[in-house]
Design a protein around this ligand. Structure first.
Ligand SMILES: NC(=O)c1ccc[n+]([C@@H]2O[C@H](COP(=O)([O-])OP(=O)(O)OC[C@H]3O[C@@H](n4cnc5c(N)ncnc54)[C@H](O)[C@@H]3O)[C@@H](O)[C@H]2O)c1
Length: 343
């Protein structure tokens, strides 16, 4: 039904995985990737894809003229483009406001003008954080102890508050202007093509580079991990079967604390479990995220394929091991930036 889809941020981590997913599974679809190629975007993430099916337009989602000229010929926009790294938002929030809020407003105005279907990619971080399971009666198995689409917005960082703002704009454009939009809030992704500034690839590439991995604080912070391929399938499901105006939470019941994940990586890479350093914690570091994806599972029939985190992690370790040329040239600069912050 959708033949021409614009994927914003399609040269980044999750966006490029979505592009690969669509190319491999939906042969009737042509994709236009609109990406500014910031430090986080990489043309190499789209290498080898058929040129007659995927076109890369290097440009800014805040550029009204460019966005207008692309959206008028599209059937749908799937919006991944964002400044996405919490730690960067604590150093300089400005690009987060510009891309995540202003950029989203440019896209939804164009989609409204041409009545184009819009899917907004967001994060569970808009809901703030949850108490650790050990601090909850019944260890967190009760109602209200995971995020649901009805959870209140309580973002903690400049990153999550800019994403929360963009979600609210989309909701208002649906209600006020009849924008044909859906929203998904997903938990932490892992998999190939993730920038090495992020937690899992940073640890893997540290070990591959002979640098000791770094753990923020005590490492008790819990993330609800999902393989990025499962995220892509969920987004396609929502785009094609989701109800206009609805918000769907995407998660794969993958709660693990950072210490557990780091120790698993060390073990799987043949290192002693304690071969890492504790570093200064992130200010305002969210304690725990957990997603209740019942609505997506029951109403739209999606379920994750990567249900064993260890298997997904093994694939991810193998990918970074086999693709040193993809990340090696950035490693020194990324670690120098962290070192400046004592991390
Ligand atoms: N990484 C996660 O675990 C996670 C979880 C849930 C939701 N999300 C959301 O998914 C989306 C993608 O995240 P990611 O981890 O792939 O991020 P990423 O940083 O790897 O990629 C972002 C992409 O957007 C592009 N971009 C940035 N500013 C732009 C602009 N002004 N115009 C055009 N392109 C621009 C970058 O060049 C890059 O290719 C984001 O909206 C993020 O909030 C991420």
């Amino acid at each position: 039904m959708f033949k021409n889809i614009i994927v914003t941020g399609g040269a980044g981590f999750i966006g490029s995985n979505f592009v690969h997913y669509v190319v491999n599974n939906h042969p009737e679809v042509h994709l236009t990737v609109l990406d500014k190629l910031t430090y986080a975007g990489n043309k190499a993430n789209l290498a080898g894809l058929p040129e007659d099916r995927v076109k890369l337009v290097v440009g800014d989602i805040c550029d009204k003229g460019l966005v207008d000229s692309l959206v008028k010929d599209a059937d749908a926009v799937v919006h991944y483009a964002a400044e996405s790294h919490n730690d960067n938002s604590l150093i300089d929030p400005t690009p987060f406001i510009q891309t995540n809020i202003v950029g989203t407003s440019v896209l939804i105005n164009a989609c409204r003008k041409y009545n184009v279907r819009f899917h907004h990619i967001s994060t569970d971080e808009v809901y703030g954080d949850l108490p650790l399971r050990e601090d909850l009666p019944g260890h967190g198995e009760g109602k209200g102890e995971k995020f649901t689409p009805d959870s209140p917005y309580r973002p903690s960082s400049p990153y999550s508050s800019s994403k929360a703002s963009s979600d609210l704009l989309v909701r208002a454009w649906v209600r006020s202007f009849g924008l044909r939009a859906t929203i998904s809030n997903c938990s932490n992704n892992y998999g190939p093509y993730q920038h090495i500034e992020k937690f899992i690839p940073r640890q893997i590439t540290n070990i591959l580079s002979g640098i000791r991995p770094k753990l923020y604080g005590t490492g008790k912070n819990v993330r609800d991990w999902i393989h990025t391929n499962d995220h892509s399938r969920a987004v396609w499901t929502i785009l094609t079967k989701g109800k206009i105006g609805e918000t769907y939470l995407i998660g794969a019941d993958g709660e693990k604390n950072n210490k557990e994940v780091l120790e698993m990586i060390l073990e799987m890479m043949g290192q002693p479990k304690d071969a890492y350093d504790h570093v200064k914690d992130r200010p305002g570091h969210d304690l725990r995220y957990a997603i209740d994806a019942t609505k997506l599972r029951t109403e739209l029939g999606w379920k994750p394929e990567f249900t064993d985190f260890k298997t997904g992690l093994k694939h991810t370790i193998d990918w970074y091991t086999e693709h040193r040329d993809w990340w090696e040239s950035q490693k020194a600069a990324v670690e120098a930036k962290y070192a400046k912050q004592g991390q």
